[in-house]
Ligand binder design. Structure first.
Ligand code: GLN
Length: 186
């Protein structure tokens, strides 16, 4: 049965995520305020989209969303965090350093895939997932409790720890539903 999934809609690419979620049979709610997480019996899951993580951090602060988002994710709801979203979810962020929620025991370097090419399309090493990289973060440390789901050129690009699935690229821009299906079913 379809769930109601929120997409953090402060900044960045939330509309393409909504399209993929609807395609999987889920209802979608854009999240801009704490009440959006709890209204109508609450959300079943949440997407943290790509965009600019430093700007998102500021907007999360201005909107009073830091604690509600943290409680929602630590409460065990399914979460998909892509690109800038993965940066927010990580334990450690470099290039440059910035605050993060630390839901995922990984370290990332911002724009770590952007040194060679700023933006490119590819396929995961196992051929299962279409990838769009846009100034994507690079995973530089994977904690013991974290599972690597997909790799590109041998390097981890999608990971899972408990209820949190994260991707360094933009599955939604490749019209790729695999990660949303892993995170939320459908
Ligand atoms: N480089 C961006 C950041 O540091 C992330 C890029 C993206 O989400 N496409 O926030």
């Amino acid at each position: 049965m379809g769930k109601t999934i929120g997409v953090l809609a402060l900044q960045g690419g939330f509309e393409a995520h909504a399209k993929i979620l609807r395609g999987l049979g889920h209802a979608v709610r854009e999240v801009r305020a704490a009440a959006d997480l709890t209204d109508g019996g609450g959300l079943d899951g949440l997407v943290f989209p790509g965009g600019e993580s430093s700007t998102m951090l500021k907007l999360i602060g201005f909107s009073g969303l830091w604690e509600p988002l943290d409680a929602f994710v630590r409460g065990g709801h399914p979460v998909l965090a892509t690109c800038a979203g993965m940066i927010l979810a990580a334990t450690g962020v470099s290039g440059p350093e910035q605050a993060s929620f630390g839901w995922l025991d990984v370290d990332v370097t911002r724009n770590g895939w952007g040194r060679q090419v700023h933006s490119f399309e590819a396929v995961s090493d196992d051929g299962a997932v279409r990838l769009v990289f846009i100034r994507a973060p690079r995973l530089t440390r994977i904690g013991a409790g974290v599972t690597v789901l997909h790799r590109f050129e041998g390097e981890p690009i999608t990971v899972r720890q408990g209820n949190v699935v994260a991707a360094s690229f933009h599955p939604e821009l490749a019209d790729e539903p695999a990660l949303h299906a892993i995170a939320f079913g459908g």
